[in-house]
Ligand binder design. Structure first.
Ligand code: NOJ
Ligand code: CA
Length: 650
């Protein structure tokens, strides 16, 4: 009989293609670990790997190496839409095939990929006799960092899901589990983000400090206390460590997409979208979601908004509160939501026909309040209903603090939550529907495989304005949440001094968001009359800005302080620049070396010298000039301010 010559000891380096980033794998005394360094400076110290499995021995001990397999991969992948058309998928891969040296002699593989800017690895467990369906009790993956590493974090397992303000603390001070992407700065000056890619059929990874003061994976549990029930073969999501020399460099790490698969079906019907909505009027108390005198989603209002979208040059319209289920306390009563029954003052067929006649894409709305059982019962009918009415976009929402799945309260980020979101994405694809998921599962790059998942929320958005957002919030996002992909931040609120929802931003900053916070479905969130009657010239930027970019260049910034980015349109030679700052005003100097040769017409939307997010939010200067490569722009951002620039190629 053929016998593998197994090894008890293995020490192996896996080097990035440029040789600077190194992952070291170690097998000794039956245990496996990895560490990471860059330019020979330690980033992650030896960190354990493995699992606890319910009713079985841990998959961690008495390990031997059967064989290794190393290969190099070099590819440029093209994304259908997004911040960058082309992504480098270039890495060195080593797979370590392992076996237990004692009974039950199970086998599994750990596969590492080392990119120039990231280290990723996953576990792959094949089916084996008596080892086919397993329950994960704990994933033991560690990220052993210097305790003085700084972390920018939001807490996990809280009622408002990902909707918290970012806080900075040293790793030794992490008291509770935190979500990924977890952005970090090591004492030797590297910026990291720990995240995951291709999250399917498994609990989402949060991170916690264990009793030994080591950061470790904390997989979101199910209501039965376990982490995941899986059938073998099973590959875990990729554990991803992004590595950069500066905070701004981190913002364009795209490895997450490279770790996801290419689509396996035709998605040529997917198009990014800009839309307005029957929405902010509810937040400022003018209209209501529920039927009544001030009901927002009436046939009449919808037609008025469709007319306004046409005048504004915006292609889509979201309609919230159109269906039965909003009466009373909608958060409490969400279990009654009906997704195929319109309220008596809203005629979906009539509105949909009117929208089609006017070339406007309707964005349907399903607020589930997290009552997944109720939603899944209606899912097929609800998506068919929209599809039959020529509706190709749906915003979904899961505003409850927990999900109700199979009669149990589950975390949104648990295996069952992950599987529910995936079900909606796949069923939507079948119906040629694109999704914008609010209260979503975090992005792990599955948009590469499922491009109809155009956007998500998954952080505090502008609905928290009016007190709960500070100007620093949108200066944290590019370095944290947005590492997980685009976000529907509901940008473009121009009614800054509204007595119900006063914004902690300037006017120029509201248009800056269309560049600094990418979304494949980008909402111009204010009421159309605000745009048309009060600020038609500022709205020009929203009309012009694309929702699909050829490339993104991170220019300047520091976490929570400021952020400046340039993006090239995918359909033209034009560039769009955006910047935001926290409570501190600042002047930024932008070299335009990245432009092609030839002249550009610049339209600059910048804070006036006396603008201020509290005292003078409307202070804006709109200026036009010709400019070209080799020149530079000096732009002032006021406290809580920002800027947006359109560079039109002449
Ligand atoms: C929370 C979403 O983020 C928001 O956009 C929506 O309006 C409400 N839920 C109601 O569905
Ligand atoms: Ca929300």
């Amino acid at each position: 009989m053929f016998k593998w010559r197994t090894k008890d000891i293995c020490e192996k380096d896996i080097l990035s293609p440029d040789g600077r980033l190194k992952c070291h794998f170690s097998l000794k005394s039956g245990h496996i670990s990895y560490s990471v360094s860059r330019n020979d400076k330690v980033i992650i110290r030896p960190s354990k790997l493995g699992f606890l499995i319910c009713g079985e021995n841990p998959l961690r001990d008495n390990l031997k190496l059967i064989r290794t397999h190393t290969r190099k991969h070099d590819e440029i992948i093209e994304l259908q839409w997004g911040e960058d058309r082309y992504i480098q998928n270039t890495y060195t891969e080593t797979a370590f095939y392992l076996a237990e040296s004692k009974e039950p002699r199970r086998i599994f593989t750990i596969r590492f990929r080392v990119f120039n800017d990231s280290v990723a690895f996953r576990y792959e467990i094949p089916p084996q006799p008596k080892f086919r369906r397993i329950t994960i009790k704990d994933e033991l993956t560690e990220f052993n960092l210097d305790l003085n590493t700084l972390a920018w974090k939001i807490p996990a397992y809280q009622p408002d899901r990902y909707e918290y303000n970012y806080e900075k603390s040293a790793v030794y001070d992490l008291q509770n589990s935190v979500h990924t992407p977890l952005t970090l700065r090591t004492p030797n000056g590297y910026y990291l983000a720990i995240h995951e890619a291709a999250l399917y059929n498994y609990g989402s990874m949060t991170i916690k400090l264990n009793a030994q003061n080591i950061l470790k994976a904390d997989i979101t549990p199910l209501s039965d206390g376990t982490k995941a029930h899986i059938n073998l073969p099973f590959n875990t999501p990729w554990r991803l460590i992004m590595v950069a020399s500066s905070a701004i460099e981190l913002t364009t790490n795209r490895t997450m997409y490279a770790l996801n698969k290419a689509p396996t079906q035709d998605f040529s019907w997917v198009h990014t979208l800009k839309f307005i909505g029957i929405w902010w009027a509810m937040y400022v108390g003018e209209w209501t979601w529920a039927p009544g005198e001030r009901h927002g989603a009436t046939t009449e209002h919808a037609k008025e908004y469709i007319d306004a979208a046409v005048r504004l040059g915006i292609s889509g319209l979201l309609i919230e509160g159109w269906n039965e289920g909003w009466e009373g306390d909608w958060l409490e009563n969400g279990i009654n939501n009906k997704f195929t029954v319109a309220t008596s003052d809203f005629n979906l067929e009539e509105v949909a026909t009117y929208a089609t006649e006017h070339n406007i894409e309707l964005v349907g709305h399903h607020e589930t309040v997290g009552f997944v059982d109720n939603y899944e019962k209606q899912l097929e009918a609800a998506y068919s209903y929209y599809a039959a009415n020529n509706i190709h976009y749906i915003k979904t929402g899961y505003a409850g603090s927990m999900m109700m799945i199979n009669g149990h309260r589950e975390f949104h980020h648990s295996q069952l939550g992950v599987n529910h979101y995936q079900k909606t994405v796949e069923l939507a694809a079948k119906n040629h529907i694109c999704l914008d998921i609010h209260e979503p599962i975090k992005g792990t790059g599955i948009e590469r495989t499922w491009p109809n998942l155009l956007s998500r929320e998954g952080a505090r958005g502008q609905e928290y304005e009016g007190g709960a957002l500070s100007p620093s919030h949108a200066c944290f996002l590019p370095y944290t949440r947005l590492l997980a992909g685009g976000m529907d931040y509901t940008s473009g609120i121009f009614d800054l001094a509204n007595s119900v929802k006063r914004m902690a931003t300037t006017l120029a900053r509201q248009v800056a968001y269309f560049v600094t916070i990418y979304s494949g479905m980008a909402m111009a969130a204010d009421r159309p009359f605000i745009y048309e009657d009060r600020f038609p010239n500022v709205f020009e930027f929203i009309r012009a800005v694309p929702t699909n970019f050829e490339k993104t260049l991170p220019l300047l910034g520091e976490i929570g302080e400021y952020y400046v980015v340039a993006r090239k349109d995918r359909e033209s030679a034009d560039w769009f620049l955006g910047g935001v700052t926290n409570e501190n005003g600042r002047r930024v100097h932008i070299d335009l070396d990245f432009l092609d040769s030839g002249a550009y017409q610049a339209t600059i939307y910048a804070d006036s010298d006396d603008a201020h997010y509290r005292e003078n939010p409307f202070g804006i200067n709109i200026q036009q000039k010709h400019i070209g490569r080799g020149e530079a722009l000096d732009i002032y951002m006021s406290p809580g301010g920002g800027f947006a620039i359109q560079l039109k190629k002449l």
